[in-house]
Design a protein around this ligand. Structure first.
Ligand SMILES: [Zn+2]
Length: 386
């Protein structure tokens, strides 16, 4: 039975701070980085001396570093918590997680996270939205482009302020909300979509539809390549060079936004139109290493799948992952026989058993859909008998 579920959702907005507010944000980034590094070096020292894990609280540092008092105190608390979490992860599984590392001004992202406090009187919060801005602790009212509004039953949890390498400020607001249990519609072959990853088309679905990455994305990529060639001919350190570098950083950001936009729209379209989606459990990292992707969508498919997963789950629809070793490509969709002799590059092939001519990608997507439904009903039966 479906239960009431709590979800987190994020709205990211561009901030338009005054010079004083921008300076405050920059100072906060520095304070958080400073505190992280101090806490980390103290933890390392305690650990080598006493063999016990301990991270002092932010208040401990304010005496020696009075500039921390100027920072948003909740942001400092979240540094403490993040470092603590990073250690917990590391201790739980040292082979999988790295030991926390020091943050550098050059390499690391400029950001800090602060909490929304709900005042005890029940009136007001420490962070709130106005018509054209966001009120942030210590920064005051910051102008923002609010293209999207939270729904009235969402509660604001945290705000993360960040700065891109080209100098733009953003605020990511995390909201929590609960959904009531919805009646699940059992998926049928007609209402279920199988997706097969495709290098040249992003994916091919079980109806033979290809999701070609939009042409404007490829155009931006071409432009980027051209600009990088220009940069290579410039004198490093010169004014032209710096300007070109800035333009390239901006284009990088633009491309990443264009890509995200495409992935969100594509996953939203599918999540709304279908009752269930089946994908294959593949190791995307290994795959991209094997193929050496010089492709526009490179790592996008992994992100696309995670977008699709949460969008489906929020609608109460199943997202089905077909196990890795299922031979989706080699199986004939028509008769179910497995063709071990299938040549690697063939786009179309003819089944030696039943003689059907198959489209390689579409056939694989159809097999994924059918296998996904088999897996799904088996898991439902298992749940019912448990
Ligand atoms: Zn066949």
């Amino acid at each position: 039975m479906a239960q009431t579920k709590t979800w987190n959702t994020t709205i990211k907005v561009r901030l338009d701070p005054t010079p004083a507010q921008a300076a405050f944000f920059d100072e906060n980034f520095n304070c958080c980085r400073y505190l992280w590094n101090q806490m980390l070096s103290d933890q390392i020292r305690f650990y080598t001396e006493t063999d016990a894990h301990f991270i002092p609280t932010p208040a401990k540092y304010k005496k020696d570093a009075p500039f921390l008092k100027e920072a948003d105190s909740n942001a400092l608390v979240s540094v403490h918590q993040n470092l603590h979490k990073a250690f917990q992860r590391f201790f739980s599984n040292p082979s999988r997680y790295r030991h926390p590392t020091f943050k550098s001004k050059k390499r690391c992202k400029n950001s800090y996270t602060t909490y929304c406090q709900y005042y005890r009187s029940g009136k007001g919060t420490s962070i709130y939205l106005t018509k054209d801005g966001i009120r942030l602790p210590k920064a005051g009212l910051v102008k923002a482009r609010l293209h999207r509004r939270p729904l009235h039953w969402w509660t604001l949890k945290t705000a993360t302020i960040s700065k891109t390498s080209s100098g733009k400020y953003y605020c990511s607001l995390v909201f929590a909300y609960t959904t009531k249990p919805s009646r699940q519609i059992p998926p049928t072959p007609e209402t279920t979509l199988g997706l097969n990853y495709s290098l040249s088309h992003f994916y091919i679905d079980s109806n033979g539809h290809a999701a070609d990455p939009p042409h404007w994305l490829a155009r931006s990529q071409d432009k980027l390549r051209y600009m990088q060639q220009q940069l290579a001919r410039m004198q490093p350190g010169s004014r032209n060079y710096e300007q070109q570098l800035y333009k390239i950083q901006r284009l990088h950001e633009h491309i990443s936004n264009q890509r995200k936009d495409f992935l969100h729209k594509e996953s939203r379209r599918i999540a709304n139109a279908w009752d269930a989606v089946c994908v294959k459990d593949t190791n995307l990292v290994k795959m991209s290493q094997a193929i050496k992707l010089g492709h526009v969508m490179d790592a996008g498919y992994g992100r696309f799948r995670s977008y699709l997963q949460y969008k489906l789950e929020r609608l109460g629809k199943p997202y089905i992952v077909v196990e890795k070793y299922f031979p989706s490509t080699k199986t004939c969709h028509h008769c179910g026989s497995v063709n071990e002799a299938l040549p690697a590059g063939a786009k179309r092939w003819t089944c030696p058993i039943c003689g059907t001519t198959l489209d390689r990608a579409k056939n694989a997507a159809q097999n994924l859909r059918d296998q996904g439904l088999v897996q799904y009903s088996a898991s439902q039966r298992q749940r019912a008998s448990a």
